[in-house]
Write a protein that binds this ligand. Structure first.
Ligand SMILES: NC(=O)c1ccc[n+]([C@@H]2O[C@H](COP(=O)([O-])OP(=O)(O)OC[C@H]3O[C@@H](n4cnc5c(N)ncnc54)[C@H](O)[C@@H]3O)[C@@H](O)[C@H]2O)c1
Length: 336
């Protein structure tokens, strides 16, 4: 009898079954990445889950329990206050978890989630997507190679419109600009210059428009390097922009997304960047960093090798952001 070719690997492997919890803005940013990975999609949400399911070709479930019974992996995309309970339920059901940043609103709760994942023997992947933006990856490589010598002063800026979902403006729910938006740059500072030991923060809220606010956070790293992070939430229409400026004793490395239209001669690429909604950066001219982070999670889950961002990194970013909030409250520099 003639031998048949063995089936290709992808024929043998069942698609990963992914349950997205919360079907708002960031769930839509994750969608192309899961689709690229060939995932079988499920979702549950308080509002708009049926519409999301139609767009995504996903199965909508009526409860978190029903979704947990149908999937291998849970992707937590709800507003931040709901992260801990959903992460715990997913881990208790034996599922591996991707959770949007911040993992939780307090360091204690974030550390408890890390311990919970360890006890359950499951992965908890905090979705710190900026570690997958090529500009920051290139900066980290340059720093590791020693291109700019020993780091001395790092500056990070992030500007965008205050997201229009009302829970963002409520600091009790979102943690405000430091916990929600600047946490990206706090994580970058820690990733590039190592752990921090002190934090000092200032914030100003526009008298004329409570939605407009600026925060500054200065970290003193254990190495002695200083990081200054500036976050700005502007009114509707504010263009998304991010910059960094890394100074070491052998050189300086700078990046400004406003000066980088991707493909300079392409009017479509330039127009897309200028017309973004201000809530999320335009990623149309780079490898989709949301897709890259999900692919890294899937690779780490399959191989047991570490992912670029681990649960403890997500908890540390929350602890440092929380110390910055304590500095805002007390006006003092806070040990972290
Ligand atoms: N990585 C990034 O760059 C980035 C960008 C934006 C948002 N985020 C984070 O993603 C999370 C979600 O933000 P968003 O902008 O998508 O919010 P959103 O308000 O647009 O969407 C949240 C969705 O969750 C649903 N929901 C609320 N509570 C729920 C619950 N208990 N169970 C199931 N569904 C529930 C809502 O109905 C809504 O569909 C936040 O933690 C935010 O900080 C990360």
């Amino acid at each position: 009898m003639p031998q048949q070719d063995p089936p290709a690997m992808h024929d043998l492997a069942a698609p990963l079954r992914v349950g997205i919890v919360g079907t708002g803005e960031i769930a839509r940013a994750h969608l192309p990445g899961w689709q690229d990975l060939g995932a079988e999609l499920h979702c549950v949400g308080l509002q708009g889950a049926d519409e999301f399911a139609r767009e995504a070709g996903a199965t909508a479930h009526g409860s978190l329990e029903a979704l947990l019974a149908a999937v291998d992996v849970v992707d937590v995309c709800t507003p931040t206050p709901d992260h801990p309970a959903i992460v715990r339920a997913a881990l208790d059901a034996g599922r591996d978890v991707v959770c949007e940043k911040p993992l939780a609103l307090t360091g204690e709760e974030a550390l408890d989630l890390v311990a919970h994942a360890e006890r359950a023997g499951r992965m908890l992947f905090p979705a710190h997507v900026v570690r997958y933006f090529p500009q920051y990856v290139a900066a980290r490589e340059a720093v590791r190679r020693g291109d700019i010598g020993t780091l001395a002063v790092l500056r990070f800026e992030r500007t965008g419109a205050l997201p229009d979902r009302p829970w963002y403006a409520d600091e009790e729910l979102s943690g405000g600009i430091v916990m929600d938006q600047m946490i990206h740059d706090l994580d970058q500072a820690l990733w590039l210059a190592g752990d921090a030991e002190r934090v000092y923060a200032q914030q100003s809220i526009a008298a004329s428009d409570g939605a407009v606010r600026t925060a500054h956070v200065v970290l003193t790293h254990r190495s002695g390097a200083l990081s200054h992070c500036r976050g700005f939430w502007g009114p509707e229409g504010t263009q998304f922009r991010y910059t960094f400026d890394l100074a070491g004793d052998a050189g300086r490395l700078q990046y400004d997304s406003a000066a980088d239209v991707g493909i300079a001669f392409d009017p479509v690429a330039s127009a897309r960047q200028a017309a973004g909604d201000g809530f999320l950066p335009d990623v149309s001219t780079m490898r989709d960093p949301y897709a890259a982070e999900l692919a890294d999670f899937v690779r780490a889950r399959a191989t047991g090798a570490p992912a670029r961002v681990e649960a403890a990194d997500g908890a540390r970013a929350v602890e440092v952001a929380r110390a910055a909030l304590e500095s805002l409250r007390t006006g003092r520099s806070i040990a972290c």
